[in-house]
Ligand binder design. Structure first.
Ligand code: NDP
Length: 592
């Protein structure tokens, strides 16, 4: 951190640096990522899907297909759509939920919205004519768009819902993957695309006694409207007269706190680390403006956003929101790409404004102080809300700040912090998801490639891929993830580029009589080496950050050494993928 005083403000940079370091220190724990518990074993009941068709029974499916897509969220949908567009043979889609939607199927908590502008987040808007009703779309509208896409591209007939793919075994003789599921299905596929999602494995905090609580408790991604009543739009009548505890103040907590506060007799919000909560500025879509956009506008807008948020200034900032303004202010004044020093200064100023905003909204000074985040802006995914901070002015809301230590214990009656028990009728866990720790654990898949080698064995010294998608020894197998892939803050921009790459490559194989494709040893190693060399700055930055899923809770285990996004950024990454297609996949891949 620079020690200069910022001439434009009264910020004491040195004191702030000390405060950031102290706050980080407070939160570091020896158990790091293993502090969390997964929705399995004694916590499996937390994984029950409130929206599933109960007791679904169907015959096992025995099928041969050209491409099997695992996951019906946007990643899987985009891949299947791109394959359809290229007329690639037969497709099957396996999805754990009862419908398409992925994250937007599972997460239906009250207040849910996308924090990326809808005009760049919702895919294929020009092709489908879909008009998002607001600048930041409600979750339900996004879920609806997922289903409309599946209908438009005729994907329902190919989908197996409420089905978990369990094992993928490569059959070298037949050059096919044999995929089995928890419903006894057996699918032989030439190609398999695993799009099981970035935030698909919910986690519970490692607080002793979770299973002992006697009232209802659930994770936000399995919201129990049977108990709370109401809908994602609020009106949670089931909470009238109830005392509710919410654990977690990430983007999900920020969004679900206001509707719960409006309905419950009392809400206790248990905070470990305060979030940065910036201005949202949502508004209805100006349909006239929307319809007047020229052809190609959506891709141009997506690219413009990714350029700005990669620190690459453009003549105009099309999205121009709280996500891009950090980059805009500094870059416009210097007229060029931001230097690391400029970026740091901009981040400090941004966080100072975020803290000032709290003082201007929250009336109780002690609560306001406890809500202030002390870490670099990009240490955690920034949050946005125009109604979260306001709830702390309500008499029925209490912030229980745990001073970075988290909740101590769950009892049959409630939660314990600082030795005090808070009696609760319901506990809601807004505690997030596994992220970039283990692909096979998060996806629940056993994958065995050539020679029966499992992906876990192959990756025991870290993930090895070409472009984050393909691994040598696992022919015709693709993973949609951000590990070793360049990602935009707008993940759907990345998923769009990846789905096009995969569909182009699969179509190339199918139309040229190619049976197998995998990276050459050399290309894979070069990509891994490039990822390692380019991730040094990222790791150095995150090592100084307050613990979060971005930095493996402050302690990156050796086996996660390679689990990071491609450090060259999304723009360079997209170029790599485009070049591969443009030169007919002439390099880096081995075909048979
Ligand atoms: P997060 O992982 O971001 O937040 C989890 C929260 O739980 C943190 O506040 C964490 O505190 C807290 N927590 C964990 N353990 C304990 C404990 N023992 N005691 C007290 N508190 C605890 O999860 P989210 O669901 O909020 O977000 C997940 C991802 O989904 C994020 O990337 C987010 O941006 C994204 N998302 C995106 C949305 C969108 O609009 N597109 C909307 C919602 C989520 P601590 O910070 O100290 O670890």
């Amino acid at each position: 951190m620079t020690t200069e005083r910022d001439p434009n403000s009264d910020i004491d940079i040195e004191a702030l640096a000390r405060r950031y370091a102290e706050e980080r220190e407070k939160r570091l724990r020896g158990d790091a990522v293993s502090q969390y518990q997964h929705l399995e074993g004694k916590f499996a009941t937390f994984d029950a899907d409130p929206n599933a068709v109960p007791d679904l029974v169907r015959d096992a499916v025995i099928r041969e297909v050209d491409v099997l897509v695992i996951g019906g969220g946007y990643g899987g949908l985009l891949t299947a759509i791109q394959l359809r567009k290229r007329g690639v043979g037969t497709i099957s889609i396996i999805e754990k939920g009862a419908d398409f939607g992925g994250t937007w199927y599972w997460n239906r908590y009250p207040g849910i919205r996308c924090d990326v502008e809808s005009y760049i987040y919702l895919p294929l808007l020009e092709e489908t004519g879909f008009v998002p009703s607001e600048r930041y779309a409600r979750g339900e509208e996004i879920y609806t768009q997922c289903r409309l896409l599946a209908e438009k591209f005729d994907l329902y007939r190919d989908a197996l819902f409420q089905t978990l793919a369990e094992s993928l075994i490569w059959d070298e003789k037949n050059r096919r993957w044999t995929v089995t599921t928890n419903r006894g299905d057996r699918i032989e596929a030439r190609f398999v695309v695993s799009a099981t999602g970035l935030y698909s494995s919910p986690k519970l905090p490692g607080i002793p006694g979770i299973e002992t609580f006697e009232g209802p408790s659930f994770h936000t991604s399995r919201w129990d409207y049977g108990f709370t009543g109401g809908s994602a739009d609020g009106d949670l009548v089931g909470l009238h007269g109830k005392t509710v505890g919410i654990i977690g103040t990430g983007s999900t907590g920020i969004q679900c706190v206001p509707p719960v506060a409006r309905a419950a007799a009392h809400l206790y919000l248990f905070q470990r680390t305060p979030a940065s909560v910036d201005v949202r500025g949502n508004r209805p879509t100006d349909v006239e403006w929307y319809r007047a956009q020229p052809p190609g506008w959506q891709r141009e807008r997506m690219m413009n956003f990714t350029q700005w948020t990669s620190g690459l200034p453009q003549a105009v900032d099309m999205v121009s929101d709280s996500m891009t303004d950090l980059f805009r202010e500094k870059a416009v004044s210097s007229g060029m790409e931001m230097t690391p020093e400029q970026r740091e200064a901009a981040e400090i100023l941004k966080m100072e404004r975020v803290r000032q905003r709290i003082d201007s909204i929250v009336e109780n000074k002690e609560t306001a102080a406890a809500l202030k985040p002390y870490f670099h802006y990009f240490c955690k995914r920034p949050g946005f809300s125009d109604n979260y901070l306001q709830v702390f002015n309500r008499s029925n809301v209490t912030l229980v700040d745990t001073a970075g230590q988290g909740v101590e214990k769950v009892t049959p009656r409630g939660l314990v912090v600082g030795g005090r028990e808070y009696a609760l009728d319901c506990i809601i866990y807004a505690t997030g998801f596994d992220f970039m720790t283990s692909y096979t654990r998060e996806s629940g898949l056993t994958v065995k490639g050539r020679g029966g080698v499992s992906l876990d064995e192959r990756w025991k010294d870290g993930v090895h891929t070409l472009f984050g998608m393909q691994t040598r020894g696992f022919p015709n197998f693709f993973v949609l993830t951000i590990v070793q892939a360049g990602t935009s803050i707008n993940y759907l921009h990345t998923a769009d580029a990846q789905s096009i790459y995969m569909a182009d490559l699969i179509a190339h194989c199918m139309s040229n009589g190619i049976e197998t494709v995998e990276p050459t040893q050399e290309a894979e190693q070069q990509w891994v080496d490039l990822c390692v060399s380019l991730s040094a700055d990222r790791h150095a930055f995150f090592e100084k950050c307050t613990p979060s899923y971005f930095n493996f809770e402050g302690k990156r285990p050796r086996e996660f050494e390679l689990n990071s996004p491609f450090g060259g950024g999304p723009l360079a990454y997209f170029e790599y993928l485009e070049q591969m297609s443009a030169n007919g996949f002439a390099e880096k891949l081995e075909f048979h």
